[in-house]
Write a protein that binds this ligand. Structure first.
Ligand SMILES: [Zn+2]
Length: 83
């Protein structure tokens, strides 16, 4: 499983929020966000800015998918922590 680093993640955050990534990329980036406070802050910031810009847009936001994946990853981490 190829892991992406912070640089890569931050480079993709914008595309991520603009729904320009495929599902695999979204999952990879979300997985990184779940483990990286720095990138998560970055994502939150972009998300905030993005949200205020595209208020009128009627597309399904990728954040919905991201949040589902994030919740899933956190659940796995909590359960997996005890081996
Ligand atoms: Zn990171």
């Amino acid at each position: 499983m190829s892991e992406i680093d912070c640089q890569e993640t931050k480079r993709h955050v914008h595309e991520f929020l603009h729904n320009e990534l495929n599902e695999t990329e979204i999952v990879e980036i979300t997985a990184h966000l779940a483990n990286c406070d720095s990138c998560e802050t970055d994502y939150d910031m972009e998300n905030l800015i993005n949200g205020s810009i595209k208020e009128a847009c009627d597309e399904v936001p990728p954040q919905e998918l991201a949040e589902r994946v994030l919740a899933e990853i956190r659940r796995i981490q909590v359960n997996g922590g005890q081996h």
